[in-house]
Design a protein around this ligand. Structure first.
Ligand SMILES: [Cu+2]
Length: 258
């Protein structure tokens, strides 16, 4: 029922991650509460028009309301809101944002956003990222990979092309080389701001094979919408290994995006 509401009424793209269930639930429950409040207030509005019409009340009532129904209603609404916050929102935040999956059981990726594309770095077949340092950052080396480190030699860099394995956690370290961007993958229900000088991790567990759009969720310049040219491909381990192999066979030179 909540998934139907999220997709059909709130028009969210179909959920394709395990961690997104809680996010959708919270969004749907908040909307149900808002719907109930909306209907309640509309009914009260028309009741008030009828009950306090001038013709029915030629003389003003100087005392007003004598019962406490409105106070109880207010308390009930505040109680439901407190439940949503304490029982749902806070634990979801703890689960989805703070509790990271173990890195050795995850696909670990680095992303550096730029105007207007996503640079993606993979550790390559050896599973190790090369040493990185700000001193090595150039227009062509946005990740600052140390050219003398052998681990960095087989690192794989792509543009706008993220590949991950289905049912395996993904950890993405997000940064930016120019302005503030925001990596948003709606189908995964995940979003993380990309901030120059900071490298912030986020994670999700994709559970449906497919190709999903990546968006930038911060207005970052005139070409902001072009950042939806990024794609996330969720595939089987075999297809992923094949892709990594095909990429490491050819040295990918990061293209600049003017
Ligand atoms: Cu952007």
């Amino acid at each position: 029922m909540t998934q139907w509401f999220a997709e059909k009424v709130l028009c969210l793209p179909p959920l394709a991650s395990r961690n997104g269930v809680g996010v959708d639930d919270l969004m749907v429950y908040v909307h149900w509460l808002m719907l109930a409040l909306f209907v309640g207030w509309i009914i009260y509005f028309f009741y008030a028009l009828y009950r306090f019409h001038a013709r029915r009340n030629p003389k003003a009532d100087y005392v007003g309301v004598r019962n406490h129904a409105s106070s109880y209603l207010e308390l009930t609404v505040a109680g439901i809101e407190a439940l949503l916050l304490i029982v749902l929102a806070v634990p979801i935040w703890a689960r989805n944002v703070d509790q990271f999956p173990p890195a050795d059981k995850s696909t670990v990726i680095q992303i550096v956003a730029q105007q207007y594309a996503w640079n993606v770095l993979y550790p390559g077949p050896d599973g190790n990222f090369g040493r990185q340092d700000m001193r090595f950052v150039t227009a062509d080396n946005v990740f600052g990979v140390d050219p003398s480190d052998p681990h960095g030699k087989n690192d794989i860099q792509t543009l706008n092309d993220i590949h991950v394995v289905v049912n395996k956690p993904v950890i993405i370290y997000v940064s930016s080389k120019d302005v503030i961007h925001s990596l948003k993958i709606l189908s995964m229900r995940v979003e993380q701001d990309a901030i120059p000088g900071l490298r912030i991790p986020c994670w999700f567990i994709p559970d449906k094979i497919g190709r999903y759009q990546v968006n930038c969720a911060q207005l970052c310049g005139s070409g902001h919408s072009a950042m939806s040219g990024g794609f996330l491909t969720v595939e089987s381990q075999a297809d992923f290994d094949k892709w990594i192999k095909s990429k490491s066979a050819t040295t990918v030179s990061p293209s600049s995006f003017e």
